[in-house]
Design a protein around this ligand. Sequence first.
Ligand code: ATP
Ligand code: MG
Length: 250
Amino acid sequence: DADIPESHPRYESLLTRHRIEAGVEKGITSRQGLIAQGRGEAFDYLLGERTLPSADAAERAAAAHLLLADHPVLSVNGNVAALVPGEVVDLAEATAADIEVNLFNRTDERMERIADHLRDHGASEVKGLTADGRIPGLDHERAKVDADGIGDADVVVVPLEDGDRAEALGELGKVEVVIDLNPMSRSARAADVPIVDNVIRAVPAIAEHARDLADADRETLESAVAEFDADEALAAAERAIREGGDDDET
Ligand code: ATP
Ligand code: MG
């Protein structure tokens, strides 16, 4: 990565920016993705660029959902591919999940580039290019998914998903995990498990929880799922933004 000294107080933020820029240069990330990144950074700054306790709880619940799933799928867009390609592959391994490329501004070229990029980072199979399934309620291009991928999934992780599509996916009755730094976004509000954290921190954190829970029995996983309260997690993130400090004080 860029020549950013690790001692820099905003190292992670600068590294993130550099990766997104490199993603645009490689044709992986769209220019719209740059704008989304800017919105994300603003929220991350307000949240103190850290994982809140409520986000950690969401990451644990997400891991439990993935381990309980019959067919978990991790959705990858241009920002996610630029920021955390190896971490997504690692999470897929830790949870036996499929990886599917899923773009807001879908072009075959960008789909292929992202799939290649993920394979370069160790992915064995990347779905999304068949596009023989549709999410009802969305216009043609944005509705496309793989029938044997997101189409067939019972649990989907959609980092940085657009609000419309997050709502349409939620209506399909799939368990939806959204990673989004804006607790007020429609995407976060549509999720069964909203993770208000930077994908850079969230994806490895879910994988770590999944490894912790790997030997847990079904009952333990089900209670990790049941204990999580989505509305409370969103409210905690909003409090952290408004009041600063720790989000578990009320
Ligand atoms: P909507 O209310 O419809 O969801 P939106 O403004 O959220 O509208 P999106 O295209 O979904 O529109 O915006 C991208 C979202 O991704 C923003 O909410 C932003 O905070 C979030 N985001 C951007 N970068 C990151 C990141 N690195 N980690 C986590 N979330 C991010
Ligand atoms: Mg959104």
